[in-house]
Design a protein around this ligand. Structure first.
Ligand SMILES: [Zn+2]
Length: 316
């Protein structure tokens, strides 16, 4: 797909400068002259409509985790630090669970224009560069928070290589940030596309089917298996379209197109609440927000991107 990388969180060409990660003294010097993105419980700091980059010695970083080196942004060293141990005033913590947390948290050390915000709520307003930096920061900081102990021997591990590795002091194993592959598929049959909904989603929202790729499986096989399991539809030819880093918390979405060979839908109630075929004409109404029953996938998500480009005949 020629416009694959125009998806939200698509590559902005960030120079990750991986060769600098092993030079701890060099990174310390870069940190002193660079800028740092605080991430609080998965939420990046926003400065109005852009990311909230702060100097390394901001009071916000009191008690924060070590800095992760994100790369060089047109020469500016960019870092991220986890500030999840900070507690906002009582009642301002936001929604711990659920599909989307719309609450904002303001830090007392910063002007009122700064706030921690759910990335899903701001992702489409960020520049491509800020979106890549935010996705990278959120994903790698989440990995550090959830992988503090060695999977081989159980001892505590420590951040190394500018945040791109953890080393176990007990057995010496090196651990690397993980990314979980997910297939998300635009399954068509003639002029109809297959969509489904999960019971936990906002009322009326339908999206493309998706699922984790299993060990030992190709993307194509995962597409066919997931569609058969979730909707009982047989899929023939499958092709890759576009990928999207999706740091909620650590996925890489592989957008694929698949041709259905059967019509009948049998929903697996453990996976989906409903699935249905939607014609191209009806999907135009859905995407315009004018459909009486069906709501579109969230803008910024690859499902929205694939459906919009299917409607516009831009999947080539
Ligand atoms: Zn170990």
């Amino acid at each position: 797909m020629r416009i694959a990388e125009t998806v939200t969180f698509g590559s902005s060409g960030l120079d990750r400068a991986a060769a600098l990660r092993g030079d701890a003294d060099g990174l310390a010097a870069l940190l002193a002259q660079g800028s740092v993105l605080p991430v609080w419980r998965g939420k990046p700091l926003m400065d109005g409509d852009a990311l909230g980059w702060l100097p390394h010695d901001s009071a916000v970083f009191s008690g924060a985790g070590p800095a992760v080196f994100l790369g060089l942004d047109e020469g500016t060293p960019r870092f991220a630090r986890d500030v999840s141990d900070w507690s906002p005033e009582a009642g301002a913590e936001g929604v711990a669970a659920g599909f989307f947390d719309p609450s904002l948290q303001h830090h007392p050390a910063l002007d009122a224009r700064f706030a921690f915000a759910e990335l899903r709520g701001v992702m489409v307003q960020l520049s491509a560069r800020d979106a890549e930096l935010a996705a990278t920061a959120k994903a790698v900081l989440h990995w550090h928070r959830s992988h503090g102990f060695c999977a081989t021997c159980g001892a505590k591990s420590d951040m190394a290589m500018g945040g791109w590795q953890r080393n176990c002091a007990g057995c010496g194993t090196h651990h690397f940030p993980r990314t979980d592959p997910v297939v998300i598929m635009l399954i068509t049959r003639g002029n109809r596309v297959l969509v489904g909904r999960n019971a936990a989603w906002p009322e009326g929202m339908y999206s493309l089917l998706a699922g984790f790729v299993e060990p030992g499986e190709t993307l194509e096989a995962a597409v066919r298996r997931e569609v058969a399991e979730e909707a009982g539809v047989t899929v023939g030819a499958v092709r890759y379209l576009s990928s999207q880093p999706w740091p909620f918390p650590a996925s890489l979405m592989f957008g694929c197109a698949g041709e259905a060979e059967t019509d009948a839908i049998t929903v697996d109630p453990a996976e989906l609440e409903d699935a249905l075929w939607v014609t191209r004409e009806e999907m135009v109404t859905v995407m315009a927000g004018l459909h009486p029953r069906i709501k579109a996938a969230r803008r910024g998500a690859i499902a929205h991107f694939l459906i919009a480009n299917w409607l516009a005949d831009r999947l080539d």
